[in-house]
Design a protein. Structure first.
Length: 737
């Protein structure tokens, strides 16, 4: 283990917080350094911080670590970062892993034992990822001891040397120094071992003496006696060998007997099974008979069908034969007639063939003329189509000419009408100039109308502005009147207040007003102190509620993670049991495979040399399923490895969720405590701000006391509202007391 850094606060005389890093300059550059300083400077406190941060204990106070917390400090902590070497179980690689162990304690802020220390707490996390590893006052020191290989006692003896014990060791006499060194280094066990060894040696020496005395008292044997004893020993050896051989034979017989018993049991079971099968066979004989009948019927069913079909076909053929025999005479007559007709047709065909040969040239000429006629008809049809198209175009041209003639006639009529109109209106030649003059006058008139419209618009706008100004003026006068009325009303309403103010200030000095201002300032400052406390209480309360909501939100996930871990653990247990079953079966298959060499020598009808059985259950070609079973074992091992990975991940996730939930609960408790503390402080400040109940006013002065006052200090008589300001000047009188 290598200590990287230590951070602590409020331990003994060192309030802190302090941070010491051993992996940075200058400490990292020096192989050896000393901690020096005057008495009480805190040298031992540095070592105590390391010890309490790792194990929650210190050599000087043992388990009473509360004695090292600084007085009046609300909390204290120590945090040690260290590095260890860890070996990866999968790869075998050695890596450096850093951890951070933290010890902390806080004082109670409420209750009867307010100010005393709460129970201290410890936690262990990975550095610098802050992933929680373990927490708890007992679990963290145990885990640190597993990581470093040193428990607290070994750490104290090998790393730390207590200050008091070292001083006592220096000033003690030699005997006490030896005993103290034994106690400090815990080598007392070696003293006890030396004492035990001495006593054991003494006991063995005594036994040796007794044996030597017995040996001296023993009579030596003669050669004949010795030879007789050796002969008896040889006979005993021979008998032992014979007994051993007999034992081997008996073991072999016992093995065979066991195998025979097993075979007898199997034979008995087989006989029972055969009897059961025989009874079942007898019970099924009627069914077998029915089945045999069905099978025989099924065997002849097809030939019967074929025979019936053949009979039907023969009957049909016979019927057709009878019909043909009845029609045979008619067919003979018809055949004769057909032969006669065929002869006549043959003669006619020959005559027609000769006529065809004679007329074939004429037929060729007729075909040529038909082709020429078809071509002439096609040409005639083409000419007819062209003529029809020419007729349509000519008709269209005639229609266009007729339409143009009508348009010309219409234009000629219009021209004639215009000529008549020009002749009739020849006196209106100057009308164009008159129209132009009228156009100019109209334009001037329109301009004048636009100018008049603009003037009317400006006049309307001015009239509107005037009306608006008059309305504003009337509104201003109304507001002035209303303001005067309100001013008069306010003056009338504030007249009692001014009268009361004048009465209160009558006889009040500037010092009294200054004192009142100071009181108000102090009250304002107290309120300014109260406001942050109230805000802090509200913030802590809101944070506690948020953390409570987060706790409630994460509780189902934590429950699911726990259920998953339990399920994976159950699956892993079942898988382990299954793996053990596979392994037992594999050992059985391997044992069967080991007997393959003996199976090669088995002969049918010959007894087995091992068991003597005449029937061999496993023949020479029997192959054990060892390879397949080994594959099952390997597959199950892989499945178990995957389950272990899943279980490890699930356990890690569960530990992380539990740690986060515990941290949230801890933060929530801290937030609630802070909110209660802030609320108490705010309540105390509010109680200090609450004014005391007013004391009853002193009785008004009597006339005698009023007359005894100096003339320049006499208030009006009878006393008014300001008589309280000069009661301190009254002389002692019955009225005043």
């Amino acid at each position: 283990m290598k200590i990287i850094s230590v951070r602590f606060a409020n331990l003994n005389s060192l309030p802190g917080p302090f941070l010491i890093r051993f992996d940075e300059t200058p400490l990292a550059d020096t192989g050896l350094f000393a901690i020096t300083g005057p008495t009480g400077a805190g040298k031992s406190t540095l070592l105590d911080a390391i010890s309490v941060g790792l194990y929650g204990r210190v050599p000087r106070h043992d388990r009473q670590v509360g004695e090292m917390v600084s007085r009046h400090a609300k909390d204290a902590f120590s945090e040690v970062e260290f590095e260890v070497h860890e070996t990866d179980p999968d790869t075998g690689q050695v890596d450096r892993v850093r951890y951070r162990s933290r010890w902390e304690v806080k004082r109670k802020v409420r209750g009867e034992d307010k100010g005393s220390l709460n129970a201290d707490a410890m936690s262990l996390v990975l550095s610098p990822s802050n992933v929680a590893v373990v927490s708890g006052k007992e679990a963290v020191p145990k885990r640190v001891g597993e990581l470093s290989g040193l428990d607290f006692g070994q750490f104290e003896q090998s790393v730390l040397l207590s200050q008091g014990k070292f001083a006592r060791f220096l000033h003690a006499p030699e005997k006490e120094r030896s005993a103290l060194l034994e106690k400090m280094t815990n080598v007392g066990i070696y003293s006890r071992l030396s004492v035990a060894a001495f006593e054991k040696a003494k006991e063995e020496e005594l036994k040796t003496k007794l044996l030597r005395a017995k040996l001296d008292a023993t009579r030596l044997l003669s050669e004949e006696e010795r030879a007789e004893l050796e002969r008896q020993l040889d006979e005993l050896h021979q008998q032992a060998e014979q007994h051993y051989e007999e034992q081997q034979d008996l073991n072999l017989c016992l093995t065979w007997r066991t195998i025979l018993d097993q075979l007898d049991r199997q034979l008995l079971e087989t006989s029972r099974e055969a009897e059961r099968l025989r009874l079942a066979d007898e019970a099924l004989q009627p069914e077998f008979a029915r089945l045999d009948g069905h099978l025989r019927a099924a065997a002849v069913d097809k030939p019967l069908e074929l025979a019936e079909a053949a009979e039907k076909e023969v009957a049909t053929d016979e019927k057709q034969l009878l019909e043909l025999q009845a029609a045979l005479p008619h067919l003979v007559l018809a055949a004769e007639k057909a032969a006669t007709a065929h002869t006549a047709a043959t003669a006619a065909h020959a005559q027609a063939q000769a006529e065809e040969d004679r007329l074939r040239p004429l037929l060729s000429q007729a075909q040529q003329q038909d082709a020429a006629i078809a071509a002439a008809r096609h040409q005639l049809q083409v000419q007819r189509d062209a003529h029809a198209q020419s007729q349509r175009e000519h008709q269209k041209t005639a229609d266009d000419l007729s339409q143009e003639a009508q348009e010309i006639e219409a234009l000629q009529g219009q021209n004639t009408t215009l000529d008549h109109w020009l002749i009739e209106h020849s006196a209106e030649v100057d009308l164009k100039n008159q129209v132009l003059a009228l156009d100019r006058e109209i334009i001037d008139l329109v301009g004048a109308q636009k100018e008049m419209a603009a003037r009317d618009a400006r006049r309307a706008e001015l009239r509107k502005n005037q009306e608006q100004t008059a309305a504003d003026l009337r509104q201003q006068e109304a507001l002035e009147t209303e303001a005067k009325v309100r001013k008069q009303a306010i003056e009338e309403e504030g007249k009692p207040c001014r009268t009361e103010r004048d009465g209160l200030l009558r006889g009040t000095t500037a010092a009294d007003l200054a004192q009142r201002a100071d009181d108000l300032t102090a009250r304002q400052q107290a309120l300014q102190l109260l406001l942050p406390k109230a805000e802090a209480a509200h913030e802590h309360r809101a944070r506690a509620e948020t953390l409570a909501a987060q706790i409630d939100q994460e509780t189902p996930a934590l429950t699911a993670a726990e259920a998953t871990a339990r399920h994976l653990e159950a699956r892993r247990t079942d898988g382990q049991h299954l793996l053990e079953s596979y392994r037992r079966e594999l050992r059985t298959q391997q044992a069967l495979a080991d007997l393959n060499q003996h199976r090669q020598h088995l002969q049918p009808g010959q007894p087995c040399p091992l068991c003597g059985a005449l029937e061999h259950a496993f023949t020479a070609d029997f192959a054990a399923e060892a390879d397949e079973q080994e594959q099952r074992v390997a597959q199950q091992q892989l499945a178990l490895a995957r389950l272990d990975d899943e279980l490890r991940h699930a356990t890690t996730a569960l530990a992380r969720c539990q740690t986060e939930q515990q941290q949230r609960q801890k933060l929530r408790a801290e937030a609630l405590a802070a909110a209660d503390l802030a609320r108490q402080q705010a309540t105390a400040l509010a109680a200090a701000l609450t004014p005391a109940p007013p004391s009853p006013p002193p009785p008004p002065p009597c006339a005698t006391c009023w007359k005894q006052l100096p003339a320049n200090r006499r208030p009006p008589w009878p006393p008014a509202a300001g008589w309280r300001s000069w009661t301190s000047s009254w002389p002692s009188c019955a009225s005043n007391t």
